[in-house]
Design a protein around this ligand. Structure first.
Ligand code: FES
Length: 223
């Protein structure tokens, strides 16, 4: 996706998202803090209408724009859906090791799967391209300010809300919205934790076996 298209999509999503949040917040205010306005209309009814409109608008936004931008619905992925490595034996090429950025995840579409391939020197690892917290891209949105984070302490960090996963095992070692992440990223962290994400947990992420043959990175996928 070109940076211009990504920027346009994110702008539309942001505007639409803010409008939806505005409707929801307006509805909550009318329902819980109706004040003493002397009008013929019932603030409770108005609040419920705004709330339902905001939720419907937010849902519609995800249904319409999400697939266009390659964004999946922001639902958690449970660790029980992890496929054991022994069953991942349909090998596919992720390209040559030398072409991968060193120390950062890069998302590659492989047989309709979104896979994040991580080169670390002369080794490579592969994991799901979607963070289990809210199914957002663990390698960020290329061309946008939300980019792949460098691997630290053998862990990949999701740039959206800061969950961290061991690159070799997929084990979650830090949950989203940690106080450190929220301090460093007030918009993606603290604000989103308050307004958008009631789910603050991430489970382990799917990893895929990797082989390197003649410099080519082969990833084991499900059949
Ligand atoms: S989507 Fe990755 S931490 Fe929220």
């Amino acid at each position: 996706m070109s940076p211009a298209l990504a920027f346009l999509g994110l702008s539309i999503l942001g505007t639409w998202g803010l409008a939806s949040i505005g409707l929801i917040v307006g509805g909550v205010i009318l329902i819980f803090f109706p004040g003493n306005a002397d009008t013929n209309s019932d603030p409770m009814v108005g609040g419920i209408v705004l709330l339902v409109a905001g939720l419907a608008s937010g849902g519609l936004m995800q249904l319409v724009l999400g697939p266009l931008l390659g964004i999946d619905p922001p639902l958690p992925v449970k660790a029980k859906s992890i496929i054991p490595q022994a069953k991942l034996d349909k090998w596919a090429s992720a390209g040559f090791l030398r072409d991968l950025p060193d120390g950062k995840p890069k998302e590659i579409r492989m047989h309709s799967l979104r896979v994040a391939v991580v080169r670390m020197g002369d080794r490579a690892y592969a994991m799901s391209g979607l963070c289990p917290h809210a199914r957002l891209p663990i390698a960020g949105f290329p061309g946008s300010p939300i980019k792949a984070e460098p691997v630290q302490d053998d862990c990949v960090m999701c740039p959206l809300h800061g969950a961290r996963f061991e690159v070799a095992t997929g084990k979650v070692v830090r949950q989203p919205f940690s106080s450190q992440f929220n301090n460093d990223h007030p918009f993606l962290g603290r604000l989103q934790a308050k307004l958008l994400f009631f789910n603050r947990k991430a489970e382990d992420i799917q990893t895929y076996p990797v082989r390197i043959e003649n410099g080519e990175v082969l990833v084991g996928l499900p059949k």
